[in-house]
Design a binder for this molecule. Structure first.
Ligand code: NAD
Length: 266
């Protein structure tokens, strides 16, 4: 089996990376940063997101696992004290795979070009100056005209991240859905939006079309931010691709939610 390790780059993460590298190569596993079967990240959720985006072109071949060197992460859920057990499991046992849904975003620009991205947590549409004004279509039908700070479109596993801070629901990743949440929408007698988070099933495409000309938008895809001008539309749907987590022990989603947000004491 081939493996790669992405580290956050701080002293602790670098020394854990060196330890994992040493153990796994001693077990005759091959270190391969280009075509790993297993991508190990060491740091936090941010490092895990970077590792996901680095290998998002080969999701059928690469499975992911995260070790955290700070506080418990949602994706980075192994602690440094468990490293020896983890490397023995990686070296000796074939791992099970757990799949989670992803979000597909396609940006169509006025020069008739299109660019597609995948997000593990979410994508958001914001602006540096002024309100975001967008026509929102769902399944090809006009739904509303949105005015406000922006919109967040999240995956089920991203529902505990930015989406949660915006009042969105936590969605179990066995449900292939996307969730749209508003950021401070303007609602008065002139302007009206739905106001509630929307949860869309697979194959329901939502589309956002800028209403005003020559607008520049800030589009985020997980930890990445892009400034894009001349947008014709931005399209989102549940992706056909899925992320594959390497599973060496059970850590149910609801326990993860409880440990992260309520308490990890029994
Ligand atoms: P970061 O390192 O500051 O991460 C922000 C926090 O989000 C960290 O505590 C991380 O553990 C947590 N996080 C990430 N994914 C999570 C998930 N799926 N469930 C629960 N917590 C999660 O920033 P970054 O490394 O640039 O990470 C980008 C992510 O930060 C974005 O994908 C977004 O979800 C999140 N974010 C959150 C808020 C907010 O909660 N108000 C605002 C902006 C971005």
């Amino acid at each position: 089996m081939k493996f790669s390790i992405t580290s956050k780059g701080d002293h602790k993460s670098e020394s854990i990376k060196a330890l994992i590298y040493q153990y796994l190569t001693d077990f005759d596993l091959e270190y391969n940063e280009t075509e790993p079967d297993l991508a190990i990240s060491v740091g936090g959720d941010g490092t895990f997101l970077k590792s996901f985006h680095h290998y998002s072109h080969r999701l059928n071949q690469t499975a992911f696992i995260g070790v955290h060197t700070g506080h418990l992460g949602f994706y980075a859920d192994w602690v440094p004290e468990e490293i020896e057990k983890l490397v023995i499991d990686i070296a000796k046992n074939p791992f099970q795979v757990v799949e989670y849904p992803l979000l597909a975003m396609t940006i169509h620009t006025k020069d008739k070009k299109s660019k597609r991205y995948l997000a593990l947590n979410e994508s958001s549409i914001k602006k540096v100056e002024g309100s975001v004004v967008l026509d929102v279509d769902i399944k090809g039908e006009h739904f509303e005209r949105f005015r406000g700070d922006g919109l967040c479109i999240s995956t089920p596993s991203g529902s505990t991240a930015y989406n949660k801070a915006l009042g969105g629901a936590i969605i179990h990743p066995s449900l292939a859905t996307l969730q749209i949440t508003e950021m401070s929408s303007i609602n008065n007698r002139v302007y009206r939006t739905i106001g509630s988070p929307l949860i869309l099933p697979k194959h329901h495409i939502c589309e956002f079309k800028p209403v005003e000309e020559n607008q520049s938008f800030l589009l985020t895809i997980d930890h990445i931010t892009k400034s894009v001008v001349d947008i014709k539309s931005i399209e989102y749907q549940v992706a056909e691709e899925k992320i594959r987590f390497a599973r060496f022990r059970s850590f149910p989603f609801w326990k993860r939610v409880r440990d992260s947000f309520i308490s990890d004491e029994r």
